[in-house]
Design a protein around this ligand. Structure first.
Ligand code: ADP
Ligand code: MG
Ligand code: ZN
Length: 477
């Protein structure tokens, strides 16, 4: 039987506000445990919350950038559950009156455009963190993260494949980055996704029973979790089993999900309006003011890059998916005569390097102008494409100007005919067997000799000159 996979996401993003949602403590990541805290963050009796206006502003901004309606009236509710990292034994969230509703994002998977509905965006507070001591002294709790503001973005069950999930998630991430609503650093937990997934026989109109996998914190893990869980559910149904509504944990190392709790064990959160916090009234004038601060978003920037710089849509989509990468490209392209080469270097060597090092585009250790300079060095035949890769490595390690690196390391292309000719003669006399092969018609031998010459010159000889001179010398023998 053929199955269709149905996916809805609940995405938590830490907001980039300076202070927490209900007190003045810093939201800065890390720090010695329990140093970014006050009695409020630690749930002390009598400590009262005061809503940070910037949190509402950022949530509205996220809503406007994702085509949501903004509520003029919203409310904060207590969501009760006990966990040691939740000092008050309830989390302040929003239940029936979230700040934003009914939005959507358009995604494009291999040319197929599709709208993914956003049910709601609400504000809430993050919890603290448990630290399980490795030497077995017990478990400690760090409340630094407690009270860091979050938005939760809930989508409609509109996605049908891991490719759609990836496209949606990347687009949302780019928008949150562009609007500076969140720094979106997934490795620091600033952006994480819960995946709700069900399968159904193709053609069936009712949804199947769904499971939920919580707190996925890399795009790779999200994709793998969607594919792994879909496979598990289909297999279960194929063998006559049933899918239980439950929360599962995705183990990305094993590539499997495990049951955590079933519906019967699900908590009843006993939501109630928080009596310490007044409802939030938002006037249209403020919404309009916030709308005016929204910068150029990824799709508009993509179209501008295509028109302004003449790069292909594929390049423009990839590069504008990350704001810092798009900024880097734009700065480099403005200083370059060869914009397509800038985009090729970014999509090739640069992205590979970011991947290998696990760094973010905002951490690129050299100036965009240096990439443009590197490209002109190649285009002006000062260095070869192969040597350019070495220079790139040095630029990455030192941030130095590529022209200085080439100078200091003596990497310039050798075009001096006499210098090349002397190496050619040396290589010819050292390899009589290959010369004989060449003479007897085995033209492959030429390639071997060129290789030897390039090795002698550490890849710096101008390949065209090498070819010409070698052929001339051989033909004279
Ligand atoms: P709850 O209130 O229990 O969290 P919701 O109805 O709000 O449940 O849905 C939570 C998430 O699950 C949403 O992202 C929604 O799109 C998704 N979802 C709901 N039903 C299904 C289903 N049958 N298959 C996949 N996803 C679903
Ligand atoms: Mg939910
Ligand atoms: Zn505090």
């Amino acid at each position: 039987m053929e199955y269709e996979v149905v996916i809805g996401l609940e995405i938590h993003a830490e907001l980039a506000t300076k202070s927490k949602i209900y007190c003045g403590c810093t939201t800065e990541f890390g720090g010695e445990p329990n140093t970014h805290c006050c009695p409020g963050c630690m749930g002390m009796p009598g400590a009262l919350p005061v809503l940070n206006k910037a949190v509402v502003e950022y949530a509205i901004k996220a809503g406007l950038a994702t085509n949501c309606e903004i509520s003029h009236y919203s409310r904060q509710d207590r969501k009760h559950y006990f966990y040691p990292d939740l000092a008050k034994a309830y989390q302040i969230s929003q239940c029936d009156f979230p700040i934003c509703r009914n939005g959507f994002l358009e995604i494009n998977v291999n040319g197929d455009k599709k709208k993914i509905g956003i049910t709601r965006i609400h504000i809430e507070e993050d919890a603290g963190k448990l630290i399980h001591d490795e030497s077995g002294r017990g478990t400690f709790v760090d409340y630094n993260r407690s009270g860091v503001p979050l938005i939760e973005i809930v989508t409609e069950p509109d996605m049908r494949s891991s490719a759609e999930v990836k496209a949606f998630f990347e687009k949302l991430k780019a928008i949150l980055e562009y609007t500076a609503v969140s720094d979106c650093k997934m490795q620091e937990g600033s952006l994480r996704a819960d995946i709700n997934l069900s399968v159904r026989p193709k053609g069936q109109s009712e949804f199947g029973v769904r499971t939920e996998m919580k707190n996925l914190n890399s795009i790779r893990a999200i994709v793998r979790a969607v594919e792994g869980e879909a496979r598990r559910q289909i297999l279960e149904l194929e063998y006559g089993g049933i899918i239980e509504q439950e929360t599962r944990r995705w183990d990305d190392i094993k590539g499997e999900s495990y049951s955590m709790r079933t519906k019967e064990e699900a908590t009843d959160y006993r939501y109630m309006p928080d009596p310490d916090l007044a409802p939030v009234y938002v006037e249209q004038a403020w919404i309009d003011e916030i709308r005016a601060t929204i910068p150029e978003l990824p799709d508009d920037r993509k179209n501008r890059f295509i028109n302004e710089f003449g790069i292909p849509e594929y390049d423009a989509s990839l590069i504008t998916a990350s704001k810092p990468l798009a900024d880097f490209f734009e700065a480099a392209a403005k200083e370059s005569e060869n914009v397509k080469a800038v985009s090729n270097w970014i999509m090739g060597d640069l992205m590979k390097k970011l991947n290998d090092t696990g760094l973010e585009p905002s951490d690129i250790p050299f100036a965009p102008g240096n990439l443009s300079k590197l490209i002109s060095l190649i285009d002006e035949n000062v260095i070869s494409g192969k040597i350019a890769k070495q220079v790139f490595e040095h630029m990455w390690d030192t941030g130095e100007d590529p022209a200085d690196i080439v100078e200091k390391k003596g990497l310039k292309v050798v075009t001096d005919t006499e210098a090349i000719r002397s190496v050619v003669i040396k290589v010819i006399s050292a390899n009589p067997k290959s010369v004989e092969d060449y003479k007897s018609g085995k033209t492959k031998a030429m390639g071997f000799l060129i290789g030897q010459i390039m090795r002698e010159t550490k890849g710096k000889a101008d390949p065209q000159a090498v070819n010409r001179l070698l052929k001339a010398e051989l033909d004279e023998l």
